[in-house]
Design a protein around this ligand. Structure first.
Ligand code: GLU
Length: 345
């Protein structure tokens, strides 16, 4: 495919599947990826695959390969990739140089304890670790230097404060001005989020010497030509931060965002180990067919109408029957019956 972005003079849309190999894909991840993939295949968008493996300590050996294999086993495909983030950090460094030259990022060794101590009083709805503008350095260096330490930062060392520099580098934060970031979410409608109030100056480059998720995702969405971001709505808040980075880098046009309800356990928490083994690999090892896993995701997503029970479907059938408008508005609850249905292969 040439650059894949235009067909017959018409600009095609591009989306991405961006798994983090921090563990194996579970039923919740699968439902999000299937919806994303189905939207793409129905509308003729290009699909790129990206492995988000910069979250060092949480990345598991071999998980990226297994994730790719699981997506294929379920019947999904893509037109480009995988792009593996850790393979080359230079594009992210280059973005940091641009942001630094514009005075939009700065090194910061302020500890979590100092952030919390600076908060006047806990406010309703405001997370505890909002990084306040008051802890910005007086002088912002206009150059990105990965090894930069204290110079120019306001960080103070307190007796008994948390240990710093244990990873050798310094976090870099983005200057977040007050004000709303507005966008129209493809599922949740108009949004006006205020990152200055919810997170404050957020980390874009980590002291581990790798870009933070918020920076990496923007650099990659831009260089992979992504115009449609479809993902779980635990990342809705992140969209505001990502738009700030997008704008600060002068990238445009911005992608559109669609944030989908998550799959949760009966306790209301997002699907995780505590809810039992919901990894696709686990069901596969039990001899469950991919159509059965896809069938559950389809049933959860309103594919085939409001049936009482799931039925087996292929990924292609999922795509043929899927519509964002028929998908439930609320989170999906994973129940023991769902597990039983998968096992009754
Ligand atoms: N890598 C993230 C995840 O697996 C998705 C990030 C994104 O879609 O922006 O949850």
């Amino acid at each position: 495919m040439p650059d894949g972005r235009s067909h017959g003079g018409r600009t095609a849309q591009t989306t991405r599947l961006a798994p983090s190999p921090t563990g194996a894909l579970h039923l919740g991840n699968v439902r999000t990826f299937l919806v994303n993939w189905a939207m793409a295949r129905r509308a003729g968008w290009r699909v790129v695959l990206r492995i988000e493996d910069l979250d060092g300590p949480r990345v598991k050996a071999g998980a990226a390969e297994r994730t790719v294999e699981t997506l294929r086993w379920l019947g999904m495909d893509w037109d480009e990739g995988p792009l593996v983030q850790s393979a080359d950090l230079e594009p992210y460094r280059e973005a940091m140089r641009v942001l630094a030259r514009a005075g939009r990022v700065y090194p910061s060794e302020v500890t979590r304890g100092e952030i919390e101590a600076s908060a006047s009083a806990p406010q309703e709805g405001v997370g505890e670790s909002v990084f306040p503008a008051a802890l910005r350095p007086e002088v912002i260096p206009r150059e990105f230097n990965e090894r930069m330490r204290h110079e120019g930062t306001k960080a103070r060392r307190h007796e008994g404060s948390e240990k710093r520099d244990e990873e050798g580098g310094t976090n870099w934060r983005m200057v977040v001005e007050a004000g709303a970031v507005e966008f129209v979410d493809g599922f949740r409608g108009p949004q006006a989020l205020e990152p200055a109030k919810s997170v404050g100056d957020f980390v874009v480059w980590t002291k581990r010497g790798v870009p933070a998720y918020q920076l990496a995702v923007v650099v990659d969405d831009h260089r992979q030509g992504v115009t449609k971001v479809v993902r779980g709505d635990d990342l809705l808040d992140s969209a505001a931060r990502q738009l700030l980075v997008y704008r600060a880098l002068g990238y445009g046009p911005e992608p559109s965002y669609t944030h989908l309800p998550l799959v949760r356990g009966a306790d209301g928490r997002r699907l995780a180990k505590r809810h039992g083994d919901t990894r696709v690999e686990h069901y596969r090892a039990l001899g469950v067919r991919p159509e059965r896993v896809v069938g559950l995701a389809a049933w959860w997503s309103g594919v085939g109408g409001p049936n009482a029970r799931p039925t087996e479907v292929s990924a292609a059938e999922f795509a043929a029957g899927f519509g964002l408008d028929t998908m439930g508005r609320s989170d999906v609850v994973y129940r023991p019956e769902d597990d039983a249905w998968l096992r009754a292969r």
